[in-house]
Design a binder for this molecule. Structure first.
Ligand code: ADP
Ligand code: MG
Length: 246
């Protein structure tokens, strides 16, 4: 059964509501983002002045060759890494000037991150993995109920009690997506979400992302070298040698 088929038979509806924003403040804006790191006696320039703007509800693919700086850029716009210079604005607010406490709050409230290697906690069940972020911030309702609802949303209502090693790669990726959605973030950032999946699981995860975007109105920013993911996005931002290529 594909994710779409299972999903269409779901009884439980998500509490997510489509967001319609009538503001012209973008969901995310990057201004002249630069990142360099010391290497030997000199510095390696990874990002060399990235400008980008992503509107609320957009599904944007970040594409480019391996080593072009996609993961570095995603880490910076997610507030997990700091740029050497430049600004990252989330809903018009510059996160690069925030202290760690304030930044953690913004991250928890506004950004859901999905890593290529899933990064699930191996000793916890699917449901417990999704509950983890719900114990960090303030969230209404019981974490267990919210986790079940989210796992149903990604088509895993029959895998609540399974640990990661009892799940396929595609299923683990869907748990990671459910966890990223737990705190109801406006922006979901995914690094190569289909990079570790076979073709069938890739198609299922891609279908899930498109459907989630349509149902929730969230903003999706996805780094990928998978042409199918790029084709499914509203548009692509191509990174070459640390710069946006035209
Ligand atoms: P992509 O995700 O597009 O493959 P990355 O952002 O992972 O690219 O890496 C961009 C470049 O920066 C690569 O050449 C990589 O080797 C280098 N790089 C990334 N992180 C570090 C680091 N911590 N130290 C040194 N070089 C790094
Ligand atoms: Mg990468």
């Amino acid at each position: 059964m594909t994710w779409g088929e299972r999903h269409s038979r779901m009884a439980v509806e998500s509490s997510e509501k489509p967001i319609s924003k009538s503001t012209d403040v973008p969901a995310l804006e990057g201004r002249d983002i630069r990142k360099s790191l010391p290497l030997g006696g000199s510095r390696i320039e990874i990002l060399r002045g990235i400008n980008l703007r992503v509107e609320h509800g957009e599904f944007v693919a970040v594409v480019g060759p391996s080593g072009s700086g996609k993961s570095t850029l995603l880490g910076i716009i997610a507030g997990l890494d700091t740029p050497t210079s430049g600004q990252v604005l989330i809903d018009g607010v510059d996160i690069t000037r925030m202290g760690e406490g304030q930044l953690a709050q913004v991250r928890n409230a506004k950004i859901g991150m999905v890593y290529q290697a899933f990064n699930l906690i191996p000793t916890l069940t699917a449901q417990e993995n999704v509950e983890v972020p719900l114990y960090v911030g303030k969230h209404s309702g019981r974490p267990a109920d919210r986790a079940k609802e989210l796992l149903t949303l990604v088509g895993l209502e029959h895998r609540l009690g399974n640990r990661p090693n009892q799940l396929s790669g595609g299923e683990q990726q869907r748990v990671a997506v459910a966890r990223a959605l737990a705190a109801d973030p406006a922006i979901v950032i995914m690094d190569e979400p289909t990079g570790n999946l076979d073709q069938k699981n890739s198609e299922n995860v891609l279908q899930m992302v498109r459907d989630l975007r349509d149902r929730t109105g969230k903003t999706f920013i996805i780094a990928t070298h998978d042409p199918n993911v790029a084709a499914a996005a509203d548009r692509s931002i191509r990174i070459v040698d640390g710069l946006v290529a035209d």
